[in-house]
Write a protein that binds this ligand. Sequence first.
Ligand SMILES: [Zn+2]
Length: 301
Amino acid sequence: MKQLFAILFFLLLPGILFAQEIAITIDDAPRKDSKLFSGEERTAKLIENLQQAGVNDALFFVTTKNIDSLSSKRLEAYTAAGFHLANHSHSHLSINRVELDAYLADIDRAHEILTPFANFLPFFRHPFLHHGRPREVRNSVRSHIRILGYEIGYVTVDNYEWYMDALLQKAIADSKQVDYEKLKSIYVEVLWEGIQFYDEIAREQLGRSPKHVLLVHENDITALFIGDLVRHLRSHGWRIISPQEAYSDPIATTLPDVLFNGQGRVAAIARSKGQKPRDLIHISEDEAYLDKLFTERAVFQ
Ligand SMILES: [Zn+2]
């Protein structure tokens, strides 16, 4: 019997020691009602699916302009479920399109609104993942958030999940029939391919798989299928970790001096080592690619 346990232990050991890890972060909360879900329904669905999939923690990057008395309760529902909140600015400005002072004031405003919430964590995620250019502007943003006591809420896995949700919203607006099984398959498949793509780049550049940070949004498609994605990841040996644990990875303190930040930290590190931007963007981060895929699979009729 003991021998059997020993054999089992050594068989399972590589999986325990070398399991790839990923945390879930959800941007733009609290988003408005859609044609499919009210904000309250979406929040309930998201919490239910995360909990049923055994996800104990996720980090919601909040855009505070969208907070009113109703949506404030949704943020409280997330924290009551054990999830955390962080700063995604007040009005979701791009640093590439507004003056630096206006951008920094927008971060401060969100900071004041968010700090009274339970489970608030001092992380800032740049809207659109735009970090600013030229370098002086980018550095001014970085030093401002450091003064606030924040860290950058970077991602390691970028994707166009937001565009898949936009396709769903358009189909509903056009009164089309939605094949939700096909939609689920595409969601899981496209995000899984993106996760593997950035993990591959990480292993080439770092020589290891880091603690990953997945970017998704507080939208209907993620509310519907995040649990399915989590189960898929687990079936391939991946572990779901808390965002705080993910941000303890050494890449959290590796700030590559590049202006290519829109695809996340792993891609930025690869860029700093000379990789070409076109090799650091997954094929599915493209509207035409997804349009074609959705048409071929006949997701909407
Ligand atoms: Zn955003």
